[in-house]
Write a protein that binds this ligand. Structure first.
Ligand SMILES: [Zn+2]
Length: 355
């Protein structure tokens, strides 16, 4: 994700922080310090840092259950509105999805339980009864923050955790795409509710409402797309007639070639083997920076997925999305069968839609 930077790894999972998140911390510290003094500023800074540590633990809850099913977690990103675990290839298995999803809010309830237990043990005078984030006690504030985080996340507003659990439950009875559509519709109703409530209570809810609404829409589209593409094989969409380019050609040669083809992206072949992808945009960018003397090999993208000829179009789409490429080789045992492009996949989905 853009504007995020790595801070380390936990259980082999790269942890990233979005820079707006640091802006938020700085803003909270500044606002509290200027209104209530340096003591209050420091308290808020520590409190919010700990809240985000809890958000990180929540995400680790999802990620570790996913890892136990053998899934890969590309990264965990901390954003001002919460965390995101980027789990690749989430299984279309409602039970696994529910287990992965429910683990997040459970972590918050667990943290709340631990805070209550140890808080009472160490200081029996602590008052947990009243809902407050400004009780003056860090333990009580964090307790309530975690209770709220847990409760808020199980609101069935897809794509929030509760909505995913709802989708999983519906998917046990209905078809997956249909289940996603229904859960997203419920999610959108909640999103509108959040936005309206945001005007009266807390503008944060407006942001969350916008987020829920837009992600609900795009996830439905993505699910519809991949369920259509499950029915066709990569073989049916294979492009076998295409212009290739070799790593030691100058960029100017690519410009020349691109004038004679519809192709946007060029497979880079060395001795008949697929070694990289050169996109039109990377060529334009290099030329824009007056790097005319560059060669194809210098700017070609080297990490790309290899698609097997018997894969479904949906599998190709997922692999290409995860690697963020628009073209990939279809090959097995070093034999190149052809290439597959994102454009071709989307086009196939449109054709299926019209049928
Ligand atoms: Zn979650």
């Amino acid at each position: 994700m853009r504007w995020s930077f790595p801070v380390g790894r936990l259980f082999g999972i790269p942890i990233r922080i979005h820079f707006t998140f640091l802006l938020l911390l700085a803003f909270i510290w500044y606002a509290e310090t200027s209104v209530q003094g340096p003591g209050a500023g420091l308290y808020s800074l520590v409190f919010w840092t700990l809240i985000f540590a809890c958000v990180l633990l929540h995400e680790l809850g999802h990620s570790l259950v996913a890892q136990s099913y053998g899934l890969t977690i590309a990264s965990i990103i901390l954003l001002p509105i919460g965390g995101v675990s980027q789990i690749t290839d989430i299984p279309r298995d409602p039970i696994k999805e529910v287990a992965i999803t429910i683990a997040g809010p459970m972590v918050n309830f667990l943290i709340a339980g631990v805070l209550l237990l140890f808080g009472k043990m160490l200081d029996p005078s602590l008052q947990f009864a009243e809902i407050s984030l400004q009780s003056g006690s860090m333990v009580v504030d964090l307790f309530w923050a975690n209770v709220m985080l847990g409760l808020f996340n199980i609101v069935p507003a897809y794509p929030m955790d509760g909505g995913r659990i709802l989708r999983g439950i519906i998917a046990m009875k209905k078809e997956y795409t249909e289940a996603t559509r229904l859960a997203a519709d419920v999610g959108k109703i909640f999103a509108i509710g959040f936005m309206i409530a945001g005007f009266f209570y807390n503008w944060w809810l407006i942001l969350i409402g916008i987020f829920v609404f837009s992600v609900a829409n795009s996830e439905v589209q993505a699910t519809v797309l991949s369920s259509r593409l499950e029915k066709i094989g990569v073989r049916d969409l294979l492009i076998t007639d295409f212009t290739t380019i070799s790593p030691d050609e100058p960029l100017t040669a690519v410009v020349e070639k691109s004038l004679h083809t519809f192709q946007n992206d060029f497979p880079v072949l060395e001795n008949g083997r697929f070694v990289g992808i050169l996109t039109r945009s990377s060529v334009i960018e290099s030329l824009h920076h007056r790097l005319h003397d560059r060669r194809v090999g210098d700017i070609a993208k080297r990490n790309f997925p290899t698609i097997l000829p018997e894969a479904t179009a949906a599998e190709a789409l997922t692999a290409m999305r995860n690697a963020d490429v628009t073209v990939a080789p279809v090959e097995r045992d070093g034999i190149l069968y052809g290439i597959i492009t994102m454009e071709k996949l989307l086009e196939a989905s449109d054709v299926l839609n019209e049928k």
